[in-house]
Design a binder for this molecule. Structure first.
Ligand code: ATR
Length: 280
């Protein structure tokens, strides 16, 4: 048995692709703070082999997993029980393997986003006009947490309008969501504009008109880049957004919430965000 396999505190992030994930570095930094011994691996599962892969890891005595693209919706289906926020979002990013063999699921992405916005960047959501770009799994994961903070209104714009409309229907019970195609936007300015599309993977920016930006608008990209600005952060800066923030803080905050679920300990996220940005 190698060292990782013999560690009773064994965790991993599963995804495809997953090799570039920062999660092992983040969880090891938290473990150091909390003074616990932790094994945290990256495991790539085949696209068609998520459920089997998870079952094998459960048999190998892993205690829990983080789940990333493209498996969060499949993880939701696999869980025997779910937290209310995971249940509402239709996506799970944190699995807990219980001693009785059941799998519990949670979603920490939404609280990761709102903690980064509110605690780290002092950005208000309550009574603010919020525009979310995209209507895929990443956006579904964060909507319950955004709606819970009572924005004045929440608008979702998407390239494929029907997907935004379906999403508004699915979330009808937890809050009102306005929907628009990008070209229909522009009559209203927003206080907070969150990019939840995957356009950044190809260095693209969703075709949102810059008329949505007012002088005090804050832009937030759920994607991150520790080396240079993401395409959306750059877009917003060039168009006069008052602040333009990438999603590294969200990544660390969602990890901190998973760490809390698994180990019952709160950690100092600022230290880890600074470390990842190369600031200490
Ligand atoms: P994820 O799990 O990352 O959310 P997804 O469920 O495939 O991935 O959703 C991707 C989202 O990014 C969708 O809202 C998609 O728009 P469509 O629904 O119209 O496909 C959006 N997206 C991806 N590339 C984009 C681009 N170049 N411009 C605008 N939106 C884009």
């Amino acid at each position: 048995m190698n060292d990782e396999a013999s560690n009773p505190n064994r965790y991993a992030v599963v995804g495809n692709p997953v090799s570039h994930s920062l999660s092992p570095q983040i969880h090891q930094a938290f473990a150091k703070q909390a003074q616990i011994d932790l094994s945290y691996e990256t495991i790539e599962l085949p696209e068609a082999g998520f459920a089997n892969g998870v079952e094998n890891l459960q048999l190998e005595h892993f205690k829990g997993l983080n789940v990333t693209v493209p498996f969060k919706q499949q993880a939701w289906l696999l869980c025997d029980r779910k937290s209310p926020r995971a249940n509402d979002s239709g996506a799970v990013n944190t699995l807990i393997f219980l001693p009785d063999g059941n799998i519990a699921g949670d979603n920490t992405d939404g609280v990761g986003l709102t903690r980064d916005l509110v605690n780290n960047h002092r950005t208000l959501i309550k009574r603010r006009k919020v525009l979310v770009l995209g209507a895929g799994g990443a956006v579904r994961g964060v909507l319950p947490s955004l709606l819970a903070l009572s924005p004045e209104n929440l608008t979702v714009a998407n390239r494929t309008l029907e997907k935004a409309e379906q999403l508004a229907k699915d979330f009808h019970d937890i809050g009102d969501i306005n929907t628009f195609a990008y070209e229909e936007l522009g009559r209203e300015k927003f206080d907070l504009i969150i990019n939840g599309t995957s356009a950044g993977l190809t260095q693209e920016v969703p075709p949102v008109p810059d008329t949505v930006l007012g002088v005090n608008s804050i832009c937030y990209d759920m994607m991150y880049n520790t080396i240079q600005n993401t395409a959306f952060v750059e877009w917003a800066l060039n168009r006069g957004a008052s602040r333009s923030i990438d999603g590294l803080g969200m990544l660390v905050e969602q990890a901190a919430e998973s760490f809390f679920i698994w180990h019952g300990m709160r950690v100092d996220t600022a230290e880890v965000i600074a470390m990842l940005r190369g600031e200490n």
